[in-house]
Design a protein around this ligand. Structure first.
Ligand SMILES: [Zn+2]
Length: 156
């Protein structure tokens, strides 16, 4: 899946990570929300980004049918490990979680959590990316650390 960025570059969700997150799709009524962080690479001499690593639910997360709160410690350990193993080319880019609805939209709680990430997290660019996987559709929002606005990106 590929989406157009606000700067006209693209962000690609690699097929390998789509397969991983789809495992957690809330297709059954007892399925809990799931989530993790997005990692990937800025492609040299372009505005393009590829997301090619994700973390998945870990001890310390709080999961219900209608909420997912990522525990900080284990996911940070994942980010640090990937950063080191990639010699500093695998960057923290944002996060993903699931929703038990066909066409996902961020809740008020999601928007306030995302704003906190824009304010507090360490990241390389002006933006963080937030993926929500619904039961029929996967969507991505671009969060701007300068304006704290979130823009839903269009699929290519
Ligand atoms: Zn949500």
């Amino acid at each position: 899946m590929t989406f157009t960025l606000s700067n006209k570059g693209i962000i690609k969700l690699d097929v390998s990570i789509i397969e991983i997150v789809q495992f957690y799709q809330q297709t059954e009524k007892e399925d809990l929300e799931a989530g993790g962080v997005l990692l990937g690479r800025f492609i040299v001499d372009s505005k393009n980004i590829i997301v090619d690593k994700v973390s998945t639910p870990m001890p310390g997360d709080k999961r219900t049918r209608y909420s997912f709160n990522r525990g900080a410690k284990m996911h940070q350990r994942f980010i640090d490990k990937e950063w080191n193993q990639s010699n500093g080319t695998s960057h923290y880019l944002g996060e993903w979680h699931t929703h038990p609805e066909k066409h996902p939209e961020p809740s008020g709680k999601d928007l306030s959590n995302w704003t906190i990430h824009l304010k507090r997290d360490t990241f390389s660019s002006r933006f963080l990316y937030f993926v929500i996987l619904g039961t029929k559709e996967i969507c991505i929002w671009e969060g701007d650390r300068r304006t704290f606005k979130f823009k839903k990106l269009k699929a290519l």
